[in-house]
Design a protein around this ligand. Structure first.
Ligand code: SAH
Length: 255
């Protein structure tokens, strides 16, 4: 009987992998990986490692979670080291908790290797700190996936007075979310940022306001993180600061 490692692959930039993740990935016999895991991360695998893609693809058949659970048990019964590789952190909206419970139920040893979550690293690369003295002393993270219609299960009232809101999986419902927040009394002038493909070379930042997103939402495509709050206002200043810092650092390294 092998062991299963539930591993966070970070938000995209392969340098944000943890040392522990690299160690576990490079000794894996099988890796089951998701859509948000980049190729460079997989390049740490041994040449003989079996790579199994279990991610979703828009409009195509998706492997149900139950099937992924079964695959983990199946591979653990015939391989020593099985890695379940997920984007960001495995226990944040990644169904890693369910997989851990399933493995436990089947008596399969497992270990969790936390990853750098997109929830704070993606805003950080875009120059948005989630907290800032005197501007934001609280933040909350919520899924935007369950924001509409029959599926609606989020009580947005809970987020009325939280300084910074980080919404994952919110691209599709962005207009509804903004409308909901304005209805609750958040100011239509409150800044909103969408960060697409954060920490990758394709990173794109779109800045708007709650009122604008509620009325006429900007074009955004997933994966993206939606940040609502005054901290978004720091974005321009901080991102240019970061650029300068990077340039200075290059100077140091190239010297
Ligand atoms: N476990 C992951 C989150 C999985 S949910 C983590 O800890 O980061 C998937 C959602 O995460 C996406 O819909 C998007 O909102 C966000 N996300 C993940 N990686 C991202 C990236 N590189 N850029 C922007 N958003 C990202």
């Amino acid at each position: 009987m092998g062991k299963v490692y539930l591993v966070g692959a970070g938000p995209g930039d392969p340098e944000l992998l943890t040392l522990k993740a690299v160690k576990v990935i490079s000794s894996a016999d099988v890796i089951l990986y998701d859509r948000l895991v980049c190729d460079e991360v997989l390049s740490y695998a041994k040449p003989e490692c079996k790579l199994v893609y279990v991610g979703k693809e828009d409009g195509k058949h998706t492997i149900p979670q139950e099937e992924i659970n079964r695959l983990l048990v199946y591979y653990a019964s015939s391989h020593e080291r099985v890695v379940r590789l997920k984007g960001g952190d495995p226990f944040i909206f990644g169904r890693g908790g369910e997989e851990a419970l399933y493995l436990k139920r089947y008596g399969i040893p497992y270990e969790v290797v936390p990853g750098v979550s997109s929830l704070y690293s993606v805003p950080a690369y875009a120059g948005i700190p989630l907290t800032f003295r005197g501007v934001a002393s609280s933040f909350a993270v919520v899924t935007g996936h369950e924001a509409t219609g029959k599926e609606k299960s989020i009580d947005w009232k809970a987020f009325k007075d939280i300084d910074t809101l980080v919404i994952l999986m919110g691209v599709k419902n962005r207009q509804r979310i903004a409308q909901e927040l304005v209805k609750l009394g958040r100011k239509p002038s409150e800044p909103v940022a969408f960060v697409e493909r954060g920490t990758t070379p394709e990173q794109r930042v779109v800045v708007s306001t709650l009122g604008e997103v509620a009325k006429d939402p900007p074009e955004v495509s997933p994966p993206a993180i939606m940040v609502v709050g005054q901290v978004v206002g720091l974005q321009g200043e901080l991102s240019s600061l970061l650029e300068n810092l990077k340039k200075n650092m290059e100077g140091v390294y190239n010297a």
